[in-house]
Write a protein that binds this ligand. Sequence first.
Ligand code: AMP
Length: 114
Amino acid sequence: MATLFEKIINGEMDADIVHQDSQVTAFRDIDPKAPTHILVVPNKAIATVNDIADDDELVIGHMVTVARDLARKEGIADDGFRLLMNCNEHAGQEVFHLHMHLLGGRPLGPMLAG
Ligand code: AMP
């Protein structure tokens, strides 16, 4: 069954898409935790970081360069931002389509809550 994010990538579900190319799609998180909260996802369905294949290195690298460019576009590059990927239960992963959170626009505090 297609995940929410596959539906967004395919245009079957609405989202505030800020970037899309042949490899990745980026859209604003529906429940933002910071003034800028964007999800960068591969168009290819990869469930978790554990499922990344060696052949996926190019697309994973592209996710980072897209996040870099979006941080500049959002005006948060110089002050700083956080890139985050949750994997499985202990990290609280909710959507099983690989995604990188781009968070910024305010001081983000310590990396972990406690
Ligand atoms: P994670 O906990 O790392 O799996 O993050 C999943 C993220 O997806 C959460 O920050 C949610 O707020 C976000 N999310 C869930 N559904 C949607 C949606 N339809 N559009 C945009 N973001 C979503």
